[in-house]
Design a protein around this ligand. Structure first.
Ligand SMILES: [Zn+2]
Length: 334
């Protein structure tokens, strides 16, 4: 081989390695973003909305049966967000504003500036926060976040675009439509809640509904403390306290052992019980550790009961629940 060929070959190898080293992190990380203020995200359902807690307001559809490869082992393809957004603009440009906010594309029936505000505000903040606290992997496909400006638009467009009427007034995540569908007039809380679900699916595929909904609903009322997302007490507290007071709350073993269907169709307190277990773990500084151990050990502990016992350092969940119920009765909202 002539020396000029060797030089060319070496240059080629150098630039190939440099390119791989440079592009590799970008497969998994979004650029870091600083949020100057510390938003408090909340929904404030009215008393009449409270009755909606008897119906799961963000029931998640099962993943399509064709999705047999664990998502977190799929090498993420390079996703062309701009082309995807352009396609949406061509189809819906007269009606909707479209904003790329990775790993989402946000589509709203408000003016462009309003949709941008949601994208670079609540959505960017929530994504950054939950990725820093829990999730390494982005979803391996583009997910649309549809923001409808009011109840009328939400119900009409959800039915028109996705073929079925929402069962909740707030919003929901539909894995099969690759979409979060939101009535954004109800506030940003449900939006943060729903953003958790596609990240959970991408990072902890075997996650049972109780923890998926417990963690998601923890952050539907949230703020930032010392640079980290923190769930606050919210409207779900009242029903939980009533159930505890009346001796009607089931055991953690029962709630954590529910199948997806049993969780969604079961006790009206399931969401709140799961949420305030997550809240308690958060207040003890144990929630992130619980997530880490549970997601790593789910093959041996599908319900999370063993992991919870391990984290608590006790086998006696009955005694733990008695203490937890006392603490929950002391909580206040607002
Ligand atoms: Zn949910």
């Amino acid at each position: 081989m002539k020396s000029i060929d060797v030089l060319l070959l070496l240059s080629f190898l150098f630039f190939s390695i440099a390119a791989v080293c440079y592009f590799r992190p970008s497969l998994r990380q979004s650029p870091s973003v600083s949020v100057s203020d510390s938003p408090t995200i909340s929904d404030s359902p009215t008393d009449s909305d409270f009755s909606a807690s008897h119906n799961p307001e963000c029931r998640q559809e099962p993943s399509p049966a064709t999705n047999l490869v664990p998502i977190n082992r799929v090498v993420q393809p390079s996703l062309d967000f701009e082309a995807h957004a352009d396609g949406l603009r061509k189809t819906y440009g007269n009606e909707f504003s479209v904003v790329v906010e990775k790993p989402f594309v946000v589509i709203g029936d408000q003016p462009q500036a309003e949709v941008e505000k949601w994208a670079t505000g609540t959505i960017r903040w929530a994504v950054k926060q939950i990725k820093e606290s829990y999730f390494e992997q982005d979803p391996d496909h583009i997910i649309n976040i549809w923001l409808f400006k009011d109840s009328e638009s939400y119900y009409r467009n959800a039915e028109r675009l996705f073929g079925s009427k929402p069962t909740t007034p707030y919003g929901y995540y539909s894995p099969s439509d690759k979409a979060l569908v939101m009535n954004i007039s109800t506030g940003g809380g449900t939006l943060v809640h729903e953003i958790v679900h596609p990240f959970m699916a991408a990072n902890f595929e075997a996650c049972p509904s109780w923890f998926n909904e417990g963690l998601a609903s923890l952050y539907e009322q949230s703020s930032e403390q010392n640079g980290k997302i923190v769930g606050l007490t919210n409207w779900r507290l009242r029903g939980l306290q009533l159930a505890i007071h009346d001796g009607l709350l089931g055991s953690f073993e029962n709630m954590m052992s529910t199948t997806d269907r049993e969780f969604y169709d079961g006790a009206s307190t399931n969401y709140a019980q799961a949420r305030y277990l997550c809240y308690w773990l958060q207040q003890q500084g144990k929630l992130r550790e619980f997530y880490r151990r549970f997601s790593e050990n789910a093959a041996n502990d599908q319900s999370g009961i063993d992991t919870l016992k391990e984290i608590l350092g006790t086998n006696d969940l009955k005694a733990f629940q008695a203490g937890w119920e006392k603490e929950v009765l002391k909580l206040r909202f607002p």
